[in-house]
Design a protein around this ligand. Structure first.
Ligand code: HGA
Length: 605
């Protein structure tokens, strides 16, 4: 999604701004730009190509300045053309970058047109620039504080005015923004990662905050206009994550990092204990009678998998909802439900909004499963479980998913124990299985050469079906999502028992049918479903546990997984599906880490 970088320094900061954009590139964008205050007026460079093209432009035009802002845009309003790229100017006095969506932009545009402002872009963003220009009376900080009161929707902004050559003002409401604190220089960014080369000290702004950064100071006011301090934290180790190392793509690197990510995520303690989820958890866990899981995309599928664990291990009723649907429907709140929100970044706009909606309905028991300790989601929930996947660069999530699954399994066993459904022997067995997972994952990763051979076949297809049953149905959904996200092959997933209720009509020799076949209680049912596919000429590509006795024969291709891994089997079975999608995309020559139209950290609705 969009990225923001801003800086005030005593040195030329163009390279800092462009380097910041480079670090945010992985999130996906369709245009980019940078503006600096140079000799009074703002000057800018914009590109509808990559940040490297912007870099070449600023070098060629010798764009220089000590104060500036920069942006990667993922278009929501207006095509990705240069006129819509940020920074957006107002009358060559104000330059502004914006993440988010201004919902009342049409009425503001009419009002501003009435005042003589001419709109040159199709963006919603342009109204903010003109609004600030129209209200400016010599104090940019005060102007922004007044102007944002007129904005409805979500935003993070950074803005400069030609008459204040050493000031950048920022504001956040619904989109993330952090302050980077330097020595004699200060920064703003939508993600601390963008500033990894410049500082490791950050203040994380709260919703409604407006901030002014100057050479030697940072001033923040909250939504009530009261001056506040936000704790400055040292956040190290952002640097290494953006290095690709020996891998061809970040997605491949992240698939292979999963054994390490799981090791770092599973608790060190010898017991499953409520304290793993925060101080309040032991009280809350004793009080709840159900779970409501809210998430989007891949995180939604981790929630769907967790439902099976929560109901079978903890015997607690669990509902899983797509966050963007939940937030807009009339639901019946149950104050005894534990609301679990799942997000890699902890900034996913739809999930954050769903969380706030749940809280507004009276839900007080909230828990985040999240990869970023400093995220809005972790700050907004009473309890959390942090996954330790490390920075995930590939837009298609991999290690964030498997670490979420590990965290949700820990939650299921912890609740099962508290509710008297998991005894000491079972607890020890679950713990041993979790601890052995990294080794089991390594043996699945060793299947890569066989999967590459399948990927060559898949690369020539335009459609694929994925089948799973029970606990592995969400894994089939995730496999289909991975394939469509990065290879652009149309893929659908079904619980195998549903085939005969519709999708069987699609099955011909041209339709590869990927089947997730663990050796669980549904195996015999699944084998019958596979026969239904074979009878219609469909080609089956089966990931079968080695103890299933499913063998390769005409029209049935089999890759053998390690023996059945019990309840944790989904964490193993998703890995070959990630590799299949990855290698199929490579064979088709798509941009694996930045698939078209998609973005990382979906911070707009
Ligand atoms: N609405 C603005 C910014 C879009 C955005 O935040 N994307 O992530 C635009 O379309 O320019």
């Amino acid at each position: 999604m969009c990225g923001i970088v801003g800086a005030v320094a005593q040195r030329n900061i163009v390279s800092v701004l462009v380097e910041g954009l480079r670090r945010l590139e992985y999130r996906g964008y369709d245009s980019c730009g940078v503006a600096v205050l140079a000799g009074g007026e703002p000057k800018r460079a914009r590109s509808v190509a990559r940040v490297s093209d912007l870099d070449a432009q600023v070098r060629e035009t010798r764009l220089e300045g000590v104060t500036g802002i920069a942006h990667t845009r993922w278009a929501t309003h207006g095509a990705p053309v240069t006129d819509n790229a940020h920074p957006i100017f107002s009358r060559d006095a104000v330059a502004l970058v914006h993440n988010g969506i201004i919902e009342n932009y049409e009425s503001l545009r009419e009002m501003l047109r009435g005042k003589g402002y001419v709109f040159v872009s199709q963006t919603d963003t342009e109204v903010i620039a003109h609004l600030i220009h129209s209200m400016y009376r010599g104090d940019l900080f005060q102007t922004v504080r007044d102007a944002v009161k007129q904005l409805h929707g979500a935003y993070a902004i950074a803005v400069v005015h030609k008459d204040q050559p050493h000031t950048v003002v920022g504001a956040r409401q619904g989109s993330p923004l952090v302050v980077g604190v330097g020595q004699g220089e200060n920064f703003l960014a939508s993600d601390a990662l963008a500033l990894a080369g410049s500082t490791d000290r950050f203040a994380f702004l709260e919703e409604g905050d407006v901030v002014e950064i100057t050479l030697d100071g940072v001033k923040i006011v909250d939504r009530e206009g009261i001056h506040v301090e936000r704790e400055v934290r040292t956040v190290a180790a952002y640097g290494g994550a953006v290095e690709l190392g020996p891998y061809r793509h970040f997605m491949q690197k992240e698939i292979f990092e999963q054994p390490r990510a799981i090791t770092d995520t599973i608790p060190q303690a010898d017991q499953f204990d409520a304290s793993l989820f925060g101080d309040r958890a032991s009280d809350v866990f004793g009080d709840i009678d159900s779970l409501l899981i809210l998430a989007c995309g891949t995180s939604y599928y981790s929630g769907l998998t967790a439902k099976y664990w929560l109901e079978s291990v903890a015997k607690i009723p669990t509902q899983v909802e797509i966050a963007s649907e939940y937030r807009y429907r009339e639901s019946v709140p149950n104050p005894k439900a534990l609301v679990v929100v799942i997000s890699q970044s902890g900034e996913t706009a739809d999930t954050l909004a769903a969380l706030k909606h749940a809280q507004s309905l009276g839900h007080t028991h909230t828990l985040a499963v999240c990869n970023v300790a400093t995220s809005a989601m972790v700050r907004l929930t009473g309890m959390s479980f942090l996954t330790h996947a490390g920075t995930e660069i590939g837009v298609a999530s991999t290690k964030a998913f498997t670490t979420q699954l590990a965290g949700l399994f820990v939650l299921a066993v912890t609740l099962g124990k508290l509710r008297g459904h998991v005894d000491a022997r079972q607890e020890a067995a679950y713990l041993a299985q979790l601890r052995h997972l990294p080794a089991a994952l390594n043996s699945v990763l060793a299947l890569e050469p066989q999967i590459i051979a399948w990927a060559e076949e898949f690369a020539r297809k335009e459609n694929a079906l994925f089948l799973g049953r029970g606990l592995h149905y969400p894994i089939a959904l995730e496999g289909a999502l991975k394939l469509k996200e990065i290879s652009y092959i149309h893929a659908e997933a079904y619980p195998a028992g549903e085939l005969k209720h519709g999708p069987l009509a699609l099955v011909t020799e041209a339709m590869p049918v990927v089947t997730v076949a663990p050796n669980d209680t549904l195996l015999e049912k699944l084998k019958s479903n596979m026969q239904e596919v074979r009878a219609r000429g469909g080609e089956l590509y089966v990931f079968a546990d080695s103890d299933t006795r499913i063998v390769s024969e005409d029209g049935i291709h089999v890759i053998r997984m390690p023996e059945h891994y019990g309840l944790l089997s989904p964490i193993l079975h998703v890995v070959p599906l990630q590799l299949l999608a990855y290698h199929t995309a490579c064979a088709r020559g798509t941009d694996v880490d930045k698939p078209r139209n998609l973005a990382k950290s979906v911070t707009v609705e």
